[in-house]
Design a protein around this ligand. Structure first.
Ligand SMILES: [Zn+2]
Length: 313
């Protein structure tokens, strides 16, 4: 009985906080390093293990910090019937809906912007540890914003009798299929307006909510209920999960959606890192070692002019 209870609790927490799944988050941060221009890639490659491992720190904080969970999603339908009616800027949005309502619904686009600004500052003061921490966190939030079910209050299909679909889409499918995803994604590009770009990502994710739910609902009607889920071994435990056959069929009817969102995440993560470095004035990072940052050496100055859409190839 205890074992069943522990398994249930583990599965519940996993579903609740495992956005994109640990595997996918790590893979997205790791892959993003290879889209960076050489000068920046040297630093990121040197620290790739840490940036990869810390890709899931933001999810871990959900266990200990009550302010953390709303940073990972935004339930658009809880805020407004029309996503385009929501003011892009935090202050204007709070004036329209109140801060309390927004925090209850989730704040991911603003969190991306805030973490971006933190990363810019970390680059300016050349603080190696902060650059790594904010890069990893920014990668996490950007990846989460690409997941359609992170933009709706029906995030786990609980309103449509599809409980479990959250981890199904973002954890089970990438774990099964990401090894076949095409990771030749080009190169990072400069993000002109990080907050607006974050909203653009959220808007696109939100357009896919209906397909994610409807396609699974339709598919479930073509399978015998006993074939939809199966006991699969995970960490020496048997957990009732969507069967391999059902997962394959769902991945097929989604017609590449998960791969496209995965690839788009990698490109966006790399582009935001690159842009933060540009906005910080392209600091030289080769002298940063693993023990100390050079905090305070360079005073963080507001308003360093962006160099704009710099291409390096
Ligand atoms: Zn998350």
């Amino acid at each position: 009985m205890n074992k069943i209870l522990i398994t249930l609790i583990t599965a519940f927490l996993y579903i609740l906080f495992s956005s994109w799944g640990f595997y996918a988050h790590k893979k997205i941060n790791e892959s993003a390093v290879f889209l960076l221009p050489t000068e920046l890639a040297i630093f990121y490659k040197k620290n790739i293990k840490e940036i990869t491992n810390k890709a899931i720190d933001a999810d871990k904080r959900c266990y200990t910090d009550s302010l953390e969970p709303p940073r990972h999603y935004i339930d658009i339908n809880e805020i407004d019937d029309n996503i385009d009616s929501i003011p892009v800027h935090w202050r204007k949005a709070t004036e329209k809906y109140t801060e309390r309502k927004l925090i209850a619904a989730g704040i991911i686009p603003w969190q991306i912007s805030r973490t971006y600004q933190n990363l810019v500052q970390a680059f300016k003061i050349k603080d190696r540890n902060k650059i790594i921490r904010y890069s990893a966190d920014l990668g996490h939030y950007i990846a989460d914003s690409h997941v359609p079910l992170h933009t709706t209050s029906n995030y786990n299909g609980q309103q449509t009798n599809q409980i479990g679909i959250h981890a199904f889409w973002e954890t089970r499918l990438p774990e099964m299929f990401a090894k076949h995803y095409n990771l030749f994604i080009g190169t990072a590009s400069y993000v002109n307006k990080p907050l607006e770009a974050a909203w653009e990502i959220v808007r696109k994710s939100n357009t896919m909510v209906d397909s994610v739910l409807t396609l699974e609902k339709e598919l479930s009607q073509t399978f015998r209920p006993s074939d939809i889920k199966a006991y699969i071994e995970r960490n020496n435990q048997l957990i009732l999960m969507y069967s391999d056959a059902y997962a394959t069929a769902y991945h097929d009817v989604l017609n590449g959606m998960v791969e496209r969102r995965f690839r788009s995440s990698v490109h966006a993560v790399s582009s935001y890192w690159y842009s933060a470095w540009i906005d910080a004035g392209q600091p030289k990072l080769n002298s940063l070692d693993s023990t100390n940052g050079l905090e305070n050496e360079i005073e963080a100055k507001e308003g360093i002019k962006s160099l704009g859409r710099q291409e390096w190839h």
